[in-house]
Design a protein around this ligand. Structure first.
Ligand code: SF4
Ligand code: SF4
Length: 186
């Protein structure tokens, strides 16, 4: 199911294209020849609202809002099928990563998808404490009712020491924060 409707010049944001072109992952998007190999080999394109070919096209043409609100980057499993076969050598999986980063930074991501909320909560937990509290991440991603419905699984993990109910920290969360800031280039 495509989310592309009528496209107008007003929707285009050239700075978005520049932003992608200046990222290591998106530096080659202008070389896309729209052959469709990525879409035809992607095992998940059936579930995407924009196929990888369309996503690359709309991204390079600057349709920022449409691209960042798409579910496609969140569905991509980074299997690299498309990357290996792309005749233009585009790091399509990397572009998906870059788009996820931008979408989270701008708060422009599909609100009905669980993966963005999960990613954001995971990142925030690591940023604050250096470690992830699984219960908090589950709450952010699934809400109270969804989390309670997974209590059985949670108890099994807790008994095996794979899940903590108390907030844990690394010895020096500030070092982790520094690393994350460095990676984000902030
Ligand atoms: S396989 Fe590469 S060149 Fe072909 S449409 Fe996909 S991104 Fe573009
Ligand atoms: S890396 Fe993502 S877009 Fe490419 S084939 Fe795999 S799931 Fe599809």
């Amino acid at each position: 199911m495509s989310i592309v409707g009528f496209l107008s010049e007003k929707q285009r944001d050239r700075r978005f294209t520049e932003q992608l072109l200046s990222s290591p992952e998106g530096s080659k998007i202008l070389e896309c020849i729209q052959c469709g190999t990525c879409s035809s080999t992607c095992p998940l394109s059936h579930y995407m609202d924009l196929t990888p070919r369309r996503l690359i096209y709309l991204a390079r043409e600057g349709f920022k809002d449409l691209v960042l609100r798409s579910r496609t980057p969140w569905i991509c499993a980074s299997c690299f099928n498309c990357v290996v076969l792309c005749p233009a050598g585009i790091d399509i999986s990397g572009v998906m990563h870059a788009l996820r980063r931008l979408a989270l930074a701008e708060g422009t991501y599909p609100r009905d998808e669980v993966i963005p909320a999960l990613s954001k909560s995971f990142y925030d937990e690591v940023f604050r404490h250096g470690k992830v509290n699984e219960a908090k991440v589950a709450l952010a991603a699934k809400g109270l009712r969804g989390t309670l419905s997974m209590m059985g699984l949670g108890l099994k993990l807790w008994r095996k020491g794979r899940m903590s109910l108390s907030a844990e920290k690394t010895r020096s969360p500030s070092e982790i924060r520094e690393m994350l800031r460095e990676v984000a280039g902030s």
